[in-house]
Structure formats: C-alpha cells, structure tokens
Ligand binder design. Structure first.
Ligand SMILES: [Cu+2]
Length: 163
C-alpha cells in the first residue's frame, strides 16, 4: 500500500498524541492516585446513620491535627447542616447518601462530588480564606430538592483569631 509522506507524518503524529494522552492518564492514576471523588468505598445506605464512619456526622480532628468532615445527605437535608473548618489546612470531606443520589457542591470552590447511595465519596480541599460557603445538592433528588442546603464556615486558623 502506498501512503503519502504527509499522510504518514500525520498518522504517526496522531498515534503519538494518543500515546501521550493514555500515558498522562496512566501516570495520574497509578503514580498520583488521581480518581473521581465518588466510589471511595462501599456502605449500606439504610444503615448509614448507625455506621461508625458516619455516626455521628460532623467534623473530626484527629491527634495528628487532620481535619475530616463526615456528612450524610438524605431527602432533603445535609447532616450536619453547619460545618466549621479551619482555613489554610487540608480538609477531607467524606460524604454519603442515606437514600437516593444527591450532589455535594461547595459554592465558590471547585469542591463538588456526586453522592451515590451505597458509596462513600471523598475529596480533600483547602480553604485559603475564612468565610462562609453555601453547600447545595446539585443532583435532582425529589420534590424538596431545592430546599437542600448547608453551609461551610471557614474559621481563621487557631491563634489568629481577632487579628
Ligand atoms: Cu437534591
């Protein structure tokens, strides 16, 4: 088969671009563990509020100072509805649903995940500045969907209060 020079060049260029794309995905997946925030692990949706990972829901700071927020979404509320976290430190959100598919989006940030019943969604976010963010459900979940809201209150780092 006779393939022209330019066509051969473009074929190899296209193959190289595809190889680079696949390589970037492979490196970010296996070397940097980049993955979607949903499906971190499984959980029985009917027992979410009794599960030690989410009972009680709220903010947990461990001995090492790591901040974890455990949130349960259900028709039509966030538990807890008010989340207080420190500024300038990575905060890991672990979110799950007790019933249907919900969404967890923190306004003014790129923190956003689907929340599927049966799975825990997890992501880590650092709030740079103190302030208040509205949290909304962005997956239609029923008649009261539009009333679902919570807020994240970002507090000044410890020792800087009142500055
Ligand atoms: Cu909703």
């Amino acid at each position: 088969m006779n393939v022209g020079l330019y066509e051969r060049i473009w074929m190899w260029a296209a193959a190289a671009i595809i190889a680079v794309f696949v390589g970037v995905i492979a490196v970010s997946t296996f070397a940097y563990a980049v993955r979607p925030p949903s499906h971190a692990e499984t959980i029985a949706p009917a027992q979410v509020l009794a599960d030690p990972r989410f009972s009680p829901p709220g903010v947990v700071v461990d001995a090492g100072g790591n901040v974890e927020v455990h949130v349960v979404l259900l028709m039509f509320a966030f538990l807890p509805a008010e989340i207080r976290v420190p500024a300038g430190r990575p905060v890991t959100f672990r979110v799950t649903s007790a019933d249907v598919t919900h969404g967890f989006q923190i306004s003014g940030t790129n923190a956003n995940t689907m929340v599927l019943p049966g799975y825990v969604s997890q992501f880590t976010y650092t709030f740079e500045h103190p302030g208040e963010h509205l949290v909304v459900c962005n997956e239609y979940c029923g008649l009261g969907h539009h009333t679902m809201q919570a807020k994240v209150i970002v507090e000044p780092p410890a020792g800087e209060a009142g500055r």
